[in-house]
Design a binder for this molecule. Structure first.
Ligand code: PLP
Length: 402
């Protein structure tokens, strides 16, 4: 695993000393460089950060400063974004199974909605939204894991093209005059061809809708899904090729209205910016060697939930003997494994574990299971700044009523 430029072992030791563990450290320079690369690669495309990846207000503020918009999946994500200074025209919503009240809130606050299905739109049809976009499931999808594949058979997201044609016609009859089309077919894709395939499917769908419903499109949104390597030796995504294929597919299709391309990256912008630091608490030699740390599945839920793996290394206080071991946490579940079968020097209590790619879907998916605290979080942009404290027991039980 690579350390970030400027975050060497010495910095990690001193951050752990100063802020304690578990701790997530976000390198702002990495977020800036990922955003700049995305903008360069995609040219005129509009970038809306999918803030489900990490809704940390300081991260949102960094991205707002760089010019990003927001893709919100819930009212609360949209409210947070507006409170941080994103203007309503820069926030877009792609809600799933939202209530009528939530949909009304989006519309009354001037937020464009990518409706998941005809039923969702019908809940607010009486309001006659002028801007309407539908999320289409073209019958295929691809994600690193089944759970993060959001298109194709058995996906809870989106609608078939046939339904979309009826939905766009109905929306037009109810006053819609500005149209978008949305697709999001899976997360953590490292194959650039996939993004060409998504854009081609979106362009085909837009042409068909346009011909059948006599409408022009303002934007085509191909979602996020831009992957980062989690395993040693994995080839990173060729983002420039993905962007070229997606742009070409939309531009060359001749879609009425000459729609702009919208993308909603989450993971790509923030995953590699985050390092999680844990302290080794115990080493047990039993049927296997179990190395326990103070970070558990309440924080790294991606690992038991998907079978995901993260890059891991240890910082040793002194020289250790090589061996094979599993890494476990403090939760009362036998799925609480951070890694299995590692072959490297076996750490001892007090050594540090550093887990890479923890900027996306780690803090945002963490829970207080077993009343284990989630990590404190620090932003590194020059000197380190604590941006989220580790919750106390009082914080964790504050909402219970006696
Ligand atoms: C609608 C939508 N947009 C964007 C994203 C962001 O995906 P990623 O983090 O893979 O870029 C997701 C993730 O599931 C999503 O559902």
């Amino acid at each position: 695993m690579r350390f970030h430029e400027g975050i060497g072992a010495g910095t990690l030791w001193s951050l752990a000393e100063e802020f304690g563990t578990p701790l997530i450290v976000y390198d702002v320079g990495t977020i800036r460089s990922r955003y700049a690369r995305m903008k360069r690669a995609f040219g005129k495309a509009d970038v809306h950060y999918a803030c489900k990846a990490n809704p940390s207000p300081p991260i949102l503020s960094v991205l707002r400063g760089l010019g990003a918009g927001i893709d919100a999946s819930t009212v609360n994500e949209a409210k947070l974004s507006l409170s941080l200074g994103f203007t309503r025209d820069r926030v877009m919503a792609t809600p799933s199974y939202a209530s009528r009240e939530d949909l009304i809130w989006f519309l009354e606050n001037g937020i464009a909605v990518n409706f998941d299905c005809f039923e969702q739109y019908k809940k607010v049809m009486d309001m006659g939204p002028e801007r309407v976009s539908f999320r289409i499931n073209p019958g295929f999808g691809s994600g690193q894991f089944r759970a993060i594949t959001t298109g194709g058979h058995g996906s809870k997201f989106g609608m078939p093209l046939g339904d979309a044609i009826r939905a766009y016609s109905t929306a037009r009859e109810h006053g819609a005059c500005s149209f978008g089309l949305h697709m999001m077919l899976g997360s953590n894709n490292l194959d650039p061809e996939f993004f060409g395939a998504v854009a081609e499917a979106a362009a085909r769908a837009a042409l068909e809708v346009s011909a059948r419903c006599s409408i022009a499109f303002d934007y085509i949104d191909i979602g996020g899904g831009f992957g980062v390597p989690y395993a040693e030796g994995q080839e990173p995504l060729d983002l420039e090729r993905a962007a070229r294929l997606a742009n070409e597919a939309i531009l060359s299709a001749g879609i009425p209205g000459s729609p702009g391309l919208v993308i909603e990256p989450g993971r790509y912008l923030v995953a590699e910016a985050g390092l999680l630091i844990a302290t080794v608490t115990e080493v047990k030699v039993a049927d296997r060697v179990y190395v326990g740390t103070d970070v558990s599945m309440n924080t790294l839920i991606r690992i038991p939930l998907y079978g995901a793996s993260h890059p891991i290394l240890f910082l040793y206080r002194s020289e250790r003997d090589e061996g094979e071991f599993d890494v476990v946490g403090q939760a009362c579940e036998n799925t609480d494994f951070t890694a299995r079968g590692l072959r490297m020097p076996v750490p001892s209590p007090g050594d540090l574990m550093v887990v890479g790619n923890c900027g996306a879907y780690v803090s945002s998916m963490a829970s207080s299971y077993n009343l284990l605290p989630t990590p404190a979080e620090v932003m590194l942009d020059g000197s380190p700044r604590l941006v989220r404290r580790r919750p106390s027991l009082e914080d964790m039980v504050a909402l219970y009523l006696q």
